[in-house]
Design a protein. Structure first.
Length: 342
């Protein structure tokens, strides 16, 4: 059976997010098995109105994360397995830097090497800590000159992952390492029958590679209303995509069994005003459990209230298109369901 859990973001990232090590007892009592610790220096720097350097923001994020990890690994209490999530690899929005995830970034050894040096700081910071898995660049994309997001060149992406894994093994030989084919963490490459595993050498004494994806299908439903996209979109377990969702999980599971790699569904959620959002979450978790995938809900105290499980629709009698969300707390139907599944 796969492990179940949730992701958190730091108190320096703004919005409704303010998770700290003080939240760990509550999360432990809620039953989570894994905790995805998202390290986001760019967001922390933005929250400071750019008054701190990107390096200082990274240092602050790492200190925040270390306190979280130590609370999760308290030897007296039930351990929570920690997943280090570092996808904010290099400075963005700063003059004379190459924007991450652009074609120029993927074609620049200097830009990638700089990101890997930051990655080394992450791995070094947590040397000696009990880490379940290291994740870097779980939503790989390459944005071309027209603004279109594509999957990065497979060879270049595989080489990047290999270098990142080598750094992990310099400090930790027991943690899993996550790989993702992209684009945007979508599962399409597992289901289209055209993706073979990266050629990766792992020096760990046992098989410790895992493959991941993020579940936001259908995107027009899970992200409705964001960036002025159309709403309302509806979901039903018995019609349309809801009726066929299981087929995608079957295909991902078949890929996993063919190549022998465990699967981690690292993110899933639907914005809180999505009609029947609880049904969508319930179906996703049901299938993840059915096929023994590890999974992490996004997120606990995120930096955007529309993803926060403690928020819910405040005016359900209004037309669906006018639904607004507000803070409710742990009494939301979504959170009450999640704690039965962790």
């Amino acid at each position: 059976m796969g492990y179940s859990g949730i992701s958190i973001q730091s108190q320096g990232q703004g919005g409704s997010g303010s998770a700290t090590f003080l939240d760990i007892p509550f999360l432990r009592n809620s039953g989570i098995e894994t905790l995805g610790v998202q390290i986001k220096p760019t967001q922390r720097r933005k929250f400071s109105n750019n008054t701190i350097s990107w390096q200082q923001a990274l240092d602050d994020e790492l200190n925040w994360a270390l306190a979280i990890i130590q609370a999760c690994n308290n030897p007296i209490l039930r351990q929570i397995k920690v997943i280090i999530r570092f996808n904010d690899l290099s400075p963005t929005g700063i003059p004379n830097t190459i924007e991450m995830n652009t074609e120029d970034w993927w074609n620049s050894n200097d830009a990638q090497n700089l990101a890997l040096e930051y990655w080394r700081q992450v791995c070094q910071k947590f040397y000696g800590q009990d880490i379940f898995m290291f994740e870097i660049l779980s939503e790989p994309i390459s944005i071309d000159s027209s603004g279109t997001a594509n999957t990065p060149d497979r060879t270049i992406l595989g080489d990047f992952y290999q270098k990142a894994l080598n750094i992990v093994r310099s400090y930790n030989s027991n943690a899993y390492f996550l790989l993702s084919p992209g684009p945007y963490g979508r599962f399409v490459d597992y289901t289209n029958g055209q993706f073979s595993p990266f050629t990766i050498y792992d020096s760990a004494p046992r098989h410790l590679l895992m493959y991941g994806f993020h579940m936001y299908e259908q995107h027009k439903y899970t992200h409705q209303g964001i960036n002025q996209t159309f709403r309302p979109e509806f979901y039903s377990s018995t019609t349309g995509y809801g009726l066929n969702m299981i087929n995608d999980f079957i295909s991902i599971s078949a890929w996993s069994q063919q190549y022998g790699y465990p699967i981690y569904m690292g993110e899933f959620n639907a914005v809180r005003y999505s009609p029947n959002a609880l049904d969508w979450v319930r179906d996703v978790i049901t299938y993840a459990k059915q096929f023994d995938f590890h999974w992490s809900f996004f997120a606990y105290k995120p930096n955007y209230e529309l993803w926060d499980p403690f928020y819910d629709v405040q005016n359900p009698s209004a037309p669906v298109v006018n639904w607004q969300v507000g803070y409710v707390g742990k009494a939301t139907s979504l959170w009450q369901y999640l704690v039965t599944q962790f």
